[in-house]
Design a protein around this ligand. Structure first.
Ligand SMILES: Cc1cc2nc3c(=O)[nH]c(=O)nc-3n(C[C@H](O)[C@H](O)[C@H](O)COP(=O)(O)O)c2cc1C
Length: 466
């Protein structure tokens, strides 16, 4: 069989992900693997019709397609995202229709599931049948048990593509009935109390999103700056070189780093206003996230409010919604809300926008940041362990930040907890103590809270302040 490998890494042949593909190739000499380095050559593929056609011809001649890509910011690199947009805008779906597809990602397992879900959904939109995802941690291939597992994945993919079984579609097709949004007048600006707002947008002229951002900006009056993504001064997508790891200096000198540090990060309220393209925001928006990697794995927006203003069927894009929910909390911020034009009724959208502006301000003033829950806690632990572990020699800027800000909160560093746990474990090794503990389990668990409810200084302060 002929397998077309679409490589999303901007590193082309020097991609780690491609080493996994190479391994699969060596394990399956009876099949032909043809790799298209999409991420690296996106500029030529986009600019030259013949380059795009060459890739499409390679897909057409293949029996199955393997999406092989690194995970960048919970998705695929912006360059690969752009290619996916081109497939839809050039109506190239027929090259894929009916073929079997799978994905192979390398990453540090931070939101690799969302990247793979995205590819799965896009492949189904292209009429393909999904056989599965192989989500490797970047160094897994160095270990024999993972090599064996990769071979099993390859066998399943190739067998399935050969057998042509029926496969259930997981992500229903998107049904979009956009209605024109017209804002009713200009709202009175709110009292922003010195809070600064930045609205980063990829709105097309005359689009619903442009009108929505204009209304939201009016709610904040002079405190808001409306910044089109075109002004982010990006000459290209992140190259994945990781040279920024040492001291947060990007190899690009196009002005994006200054833009990010001076125009976005200082704001108290950050609004990301984007258009749904396939099942995510635009590749241009994705490029902003990827390029912000020069700041490393440190929370970018600690204590701030983040909100999304979306044009398009975001409610039908489960992966995009998951990313939008998780991204702010992973950056140390609070998700103040999401408003889209899906309601289709202008007055309802106006009300949602006005309410969002008021909520952003209210929460910014109170300093509320909702606990991030599982994604934020799990994400922090992955970064903490990996930065302290193998990434520390290179990601020196991250290491310094984690040390300074107490982010190396390993349980083994808490001596008091370790002593009390050891002591309690010893006591509870006696059956009599176990019996007693079992009987009193519920009360014992509540004991520390009784003290908080009886005399918390925070409650007392709040009472005083009225
Ligand atoms: C800009 C950028 C963003 C990244 N984002 C993620 C991420 O969200 N989750 C993750 O687990 N790894 C992330 N990584 C790590 C890469 O996925 C990982 O290093 C991958 O193995 C690189 O593969 P490649 O050499 O094939 O490009 C990121 C790396 C870069 C450079």
């Amino acid at each position: 069989m002929k397998i077309c490998v679409l490589n999303g890494s901007p590193k082309g042949k020097e991609s780690i992900t491609l080493q996994y593909v190479r391994f699969l190739e060596l394990a399956n000499p009876g099949h032909t693997f043809t790799t298209e380095n999409i991420g690296q050559h996106i500029a030529a593929i986009e600019a030259k019709e013949e380059e795009f056609k060459k890739v499409i011809a390679s897909i057409e001649s293949a029996d199955a397609v393997l999406f092989a890509t690194p995970v960048y910011y919970m998705l695929v690199p912006a360059q690969f995202k752009r290619f996916i947009e081109l497939l839809f805008s050039h109506n190239a779906g027929s090259a894929f229709t009916g073929k079997y597809a799978a994905s192979l990602t390398t990453s540090i397992h931070f939101f690799d599931h969302t990247a793979n879900e995205y590819l799965h959904a896009v492949a189904e939109d292209l009429g393909m049948r999904w056989t599965g995802s192989f989500m490797a941690k970047m160094d897994d291939l160095l270990i024999e048990k993972h090599q064996e597992n990769l071979i099993r994945f390859g066998q399943d993919f190739l067998d399935t593509a050969q057998r042509h079984p029926a496969i259930r579609r997981t992500y229903p097709p998107i049904i979009s009935n956009p209605a024109e949004y017209r804002s009713a007048g200009v709202p009175m600006p709110l009292d922003c109390g010195g809070k600064e707002v930045v609205i980063l947008t990829d709105a097309a002229p005359g689009s619903n999103l442009e009108k929505m951002t204009t209304r939201l900006a009016s709610c904040f009056g002079k405190s808001a700056s409306l910044v089109p993504i075109d002004e982010a001064k990006m000459n290209g997508g992140c190259l994945g070189c990781c040279r920024c790891a040492y001291d947060n200096t990007c190899v690009y000198t196009d002005g994006f780093s200054e833009f990010w540090k001076e125009d976005v990060l200082p704001a108290d309220i950050i609004i990301l206003a984007g258009t749904v393209k396939d099942r995510y925001l635009s590749a241009a928006f994705k490029q902003v996230f990827d390029r912000s990697f020069f700041m490393g794995h440190v929370p970018a927006f600690p204590g701030k409010q983040v909100a999304f203003l979306i044009e398009g069927p975001v409610a039908q894009c489960s992966t995009l919604q998951e990313i939008m929910r998780a991204y702010p909390s992973l950056q140390g911020a609070n998700l103040a809300g999401v408003v889209s034009d899906e309601a289709g009724i202008s007055m309802a959208i106006d009300e949602q926008i006005d309410a969002l502006a008021a909520r952003c301000l209210r929460l910014s003033m109170s300093g509320y940041v909702a606990p991030g829950g599982f994604p934020a806690v799990a994400g922090h632990k992955i970064f903490r362990d990996d930065i302290w572990g193998e990434m520390r020699p290179f990601f020196r800027a991250d290491h310094a930040y984690y040390k300074k800000h107490g982010l190396y909160d390993f349980p083994q560093n808490d001596l008091r907890q370790r002593i009390s746990t050891a002591f309690l474990s010893f006591i509870l090794s006696f059956s009599k103590a176990q019996e007693g503990a079992k009987k009193e389990m519920k009360q014992r668990m509540l004991q520390p809270f009784e003290k908080v409810l009886a005399d918390s200084p925070v409650l007392k302060r709040q009472k005083k302040e009225g």
